[in-house]
Design a protein around this ligand. Sequence first.
Ligand SMILES: [Zn+2]
Length: 340
Amino acid sequence: MFRPPRCPYRSCSQHLRPDQHFFRRFGCYLPKCRSQPVPRFRCRVCLRTFSRQTFRMDYRDHRPDLNARLFQSLASGLGLRQTSRNLRLSLRCTELKFRKIARHLRRLNLNLRGPLPEGSSFQLDEIETYEARRNTRPLSIPFLIETKSRFVVWAESATIRPRGKMTPARRKAMAEDELRFGHRRDRSRRSLRRAFRRAAELSGGLRRVRLETDKKTSYVGLAIEAFGSDRLVHGQTSSRLPRTIANPLFPINHTEAMVRDLTGRMRRDSWLVSKKRRYLDLGLQIFITYRNYVRRRFNFDRASPAELLGFVPRRITETEVLSWRQDWEASSIHPLAAGP
Ligand SMILES: [Zn+2]
């Protein structure tokens, strides 16, 4: 039997510190999309009503039955348009579902992680892509993983300056962009700092923090800033070495190859493109969830990266990651708690 963990209204005193008997049962209703009735409740303090559905991620959704398939499709390299064709949804509906699901998954990603076990280590690298216009609006994405489990700790995009060969056409395009959007700043340090901070949050209990990167000089200072120089063991490998399985950076290179494959908009020579950086970041959250909680670490493994690190007891299915709302941080209902 479902028990509401709190009053869902933020202004109510029973939202943050609910009493044991803050609610009364208040009948039920039969939604079109389910065969079982959904129980309703009434808060004894603010007297407002809510239901079990208020605590679900698909609260107020149209076609909630398609959410898991939509997630699966976007986590398999298909674009928004092809997904909307396959699911017989409008493009707009697919876009809005994608954003809602990805924002939910960002919270889930942050809620389910915990302190890393002793012996954990990190690898970091940056990959380049672009928003809307390839020759003038490049982006850099730092990817930070836990090496052995391949758990993706963080990835988010940052604007960078266009570089490389400058043709007259490219200069003209850059001048147009500059007029429209202003000077394009290099924000890659900011996103790197954020990635390191996410790793530092998980590694508070580690005696040694092992980090592997390539030889970019700015990583040294940022890593010391995040982990402290007394704990940090920073190994650097030249990015000129062949990217084979013998390369010490193979785990991060492999993860990057996977994100390029499973996130259609990051493929090379693809029709798909991110128009805006913030939606690319949402797309990355879809990949991170799929990689960390749904997919096995390797094809011969049974466990997911998060399971190997002890964050969750088993792999989580596409339906389960989209079950309970995650907007109450650690006190959100766990995605593996019994569902309707
Ligand atoms: Zn209330």
